[in-house]
Design a protein around this ligand. Sequence first.
Ligand code: HEC
Ligand code: HEC
Length: 433
Amino acid sequence: MKIGAQRTLDSRVKRALILVVMVAGIFGCERSAKKASSQLPLIPETDPLAQPKSLQQVGVPVAMTRGVIPADNPQTPEKISLGQKLFFDRRLSADATVSCSTCHDPALAFTDRKPTSVGIRGRVGQRNAPTVLNALYNKTQFWDGRVNTLEEQAALPIVNSVEMGHTSLDAAVAQIAAVEEYEQAFRNVFRRPANSPDLMRAIASYERTQLSFDSPFDHFIAGDKNAIDESAKRGWELFNNQARCNKCHALTETTRDVTNLIDNDFHNIGVLIVKHNVVPLARQAEQLVKTGDTSAIDQAAIQTEMSALGRFLITKKEPDIASFKTPNIRNVLVTGPYFHDGSQETLWDVIDHYNKGAGLQDPYLDQDIQPLALTENDIDDLVAFMASLTSPNYKEQGATELARQRAIARTTRPQRDTARAFGPKPPRPAPPK
Ligand code: HEC
Ligand code: HEC
């Protein structure tokens, strides 16, 4: 017991040091390192997996990480600490039952591992909760990119009636400011009483400490040829060639992306679109979101069948019907189920989906979706590559999850269609008039 306690203490001290280094050294905060460390003690006693992460991980894009800190919201230890408390505080919801961490739980790689999220009073939404890990690098937030910054993002779940259920941001601020410790903390950090823009700034600051690299793949890219096995190496080749994943999961089609595996763009990849009758839905949506009001779009995306329209809800451009943001696939092994609606249980299902060129009845399907002729061995290799993107914090969970998914995939392959996977690229129907 004692040794354990000592170790926890040591690791806590270490983490505090990392935080000081990270904030004072690399992000270049406003005050001197010495002063910052003397004011540090605010890290709450939560899950070690919730703590701010080190910039010393193999694979961290240091310049990019520095570059995503907005000029009007510099990182300071006190602000990060306040944001961390708020992220885990259920008092941020109307009846004090739901926190950000309810749906973005560090123990579950900052997701909820549910197909779609469950908020206040057990209300179920339409979308799968993405991880907050590495969300700092996203050019847009949410599956449909309806806002750009983490500050703008944080405001929406608080007032969404199936998530945290407040009637207004002011109501949320009042509930938080009634807690003496918070009122003090806001005054310390921002030199003024609690208010909603500062609340969002604090939460976003905390989220910007959640970088997750140091995976076997990062070590492989850094030069350790034995960091991943032969299967994962073949998977990485397939990813950039025959399997065409790099058409979207890379910044450009010609350069391999080893950092976030995204193109900052939106695509219709045929996820369950046939289930939805999108044309009438689109007409309905045009009426509803005519105003361009973010909060109206938020309600439509989370609470209604219009959720399936994806990016169209924001741009109202027909080619964007059922387009969703290319997600970062780091730690993807431990953030399932998959896709914006959580419709796929395993990574084998995801690849079966791509392999057959799913959604070919869908007139808005991305041109880059086509049958891939991947063999069963190829599919295993692609899964092995994706599994190698798991950070050390989730290594054991990843091993268990890989075994679980593999066992399911041996017997249950709802998306598999070998004939289609090895068939020609069929013609696409024209969009309806
Ligand atoms: C009831 C569950 C729930 C709660 C509570 C919740 N979220 Fe989310 N979060 C989601 C879902 C679902 C999405 C995706 C919604 C969409 O794309 O339309 C999401 C999206 C996000 C994203 C975008 C990530 C990306 O890759 O695009 C961030 C960041 C985020 N949430 C942070 C927060 C913060 C901060 C809070 C607390 C203020 C919070 N969430 C509260 C479920 C939740
Ligand atoms: C045409 C662009 C495109 C191509 C090609 C593509 N993806 Fe995707 N990927 C996306 C988009 C967009 C999503 C989100 C779609 C949704 O949820 O509706 C996605 C989702 C995923 C997910 C689910 C992630 C999560 O968090 O739910 C995985 C895993 C994935 N892709 C892996 C791959 C692999 C492996 C390949 C190659 C076989 C590939 N992708 C090819 C655009 C693409």
